[in-house]
Design a binder for this molecule. Structure first.
Ligand SMILES: [Zn+2]
Length: 352
């Protein structure tokens, strides 16, 4: 694991974060330009839910909720079923790397709520295998997200297809804006100011990524890039016109403690044994991403999340730093075991 010497004096972003600079007080440029999250609010959520409940009276379900078996989507499911009395169809996307605990949770929570579950399987292992080998041959932190090739498209298009098949006009996802990871784009902009140019130059410099048969999936992923919220939504409207895609945590405050208390105490939801953080254990590919990021730049998506939580006043810097150090140490063995298991299962030869 790469040792970090300096971090922002306000958040936790380290000196290895792409395009970071610190002012004379040691505060980073990302803190200085941070815009606090504004939530739509629960009143607006209720209004929207009423509208869709009325509109969909003749059908079996009011909405689809994308669930992974992880923490946040379990909470969303709980809220929509128990608090807002929505008739929910649960949808799970299986990319071939779902952890055993996530599968167990999924079964338990859908049983507990008495909701129907539809699983869409989309095997991404061929992309993962190829890009993992490419990454290990010539490493660049900017290319770590290629391990997830197919997921953006798979998750969003799967949800929309389920919604259309069951005539449900509303789909909920459970990403929070706190999880925005600006470093992924910034890595591409280190040498080139434009993300697309940086991306192109990464691909050109490492021909192992390039497989003509992968091109359609890169394009699909690009156009399904969290697009229900931001820049590319016209494309999705064109494809899945009548389906409205909503992030639950655009309306309701994402509060880690409240989420954990609700689902662990009330629902018996479990994270894997020995893992202190309940965030992101549902996909085994995350272990690879963390492994590569920690060894090359010494931080992961968790540093970003905690930094956003500090800026939002949800946690002190001291507590966040303590959590971070504990998490990384605590998860090292689990991370390496997950990696070994996947490498063995897919017969990939890579030293870790
Ligand atoms: Zn900062």
């Amino acid at each position: 694991m790469l040792k970090i010497r300096n971090r922002c004096s306000k958040c936790l972003l380290p000196e290895t974060y792409p395009n970071i600079s610190y002012d004379e007080d040691g505060v980073c440029n990302y803190c200085l330009s941070y815009i606090p999250i504004e939530y739509e609010g629960e009143t607006k959520l209720e209004q929207m839910l009423d509208t869709y409940q009325n509109r969909n009276k003749g059908a079996k379900y009011d909405c689809v909720v994308a669930v992974s078996g992880g923490r946040d989507s379990t909470f969303t499911l709980y809220e929509l079923v128990e608090v807002y009395n929505m008739r929910v169809l649960a949808y799970n996307y299986n990319n071939g790397f779902v952890s055993e605990q996530a599968k167990l949770n999924l079964k338990e929570i859908t049983d507990a709520f008495g909701v129907d579950l539809v699983t869409i399987k989309h095997d991404q292992t061929k992309y993962f295998r190829n890009n993992l080998i490419a990454l290990s041959k010539k490493f660049s932190p900017a290319m770590v997200p290629t391990l997830c090739l197919g997921c953006r498209y798979g998750i969003v298009s799967g949800a929309c297809k389920v919604a259309m098949r069951y005539k449900v006009p509303l789909v909920f996802f459970s990403s929070s804006r706190l999880e925005n990871t600006s470093f992924k784009n910034e890595f591409f902009k280190i040498r080139h100011n434009k993300r697309v140019v940086g991306m192109a130059s990464e691909f050109i410099s490492n021909p192992f990524y390039f497989k003509p048969s992968f091109v359609p999936m890169y394009i699909r992923d690009y156009f399904h890039d969290d697009s229900h919220l931001h820049p590319l939504s016209p494309w999705l409207k064109l494809l899945y016109g009548k389906v409205k895609l909503v992030e639950f945590f655009d309306y309701v405050l994402w509060d880690e403690k409240r989420i954990e208390n609700t689902i662990e105490k009330d629902l018996g939801w479990k994270k894997p044994k020995d893992v202190k953080s309940s965030w992101r254990f549902d996909c085994l590919v995350d272990s690879f991403k963390d492994y590569f990021y920690l060894n090359s730049v010494g931080f992961t998506e968790r540093d970003d999340l905690l930094s956003n939580m500090i800026r939002e006043g949800m946690i002190s810097r001291g507590d966040a730093l303590q959590n971070l150090t504990n998490d990384y140490e605590n998860q090292r063995e689990i991370r390496e075991n997950n990696i070994r298991r996947v490498l063995e299962e897919f017969k990939i030869d890579m030293p870790i």
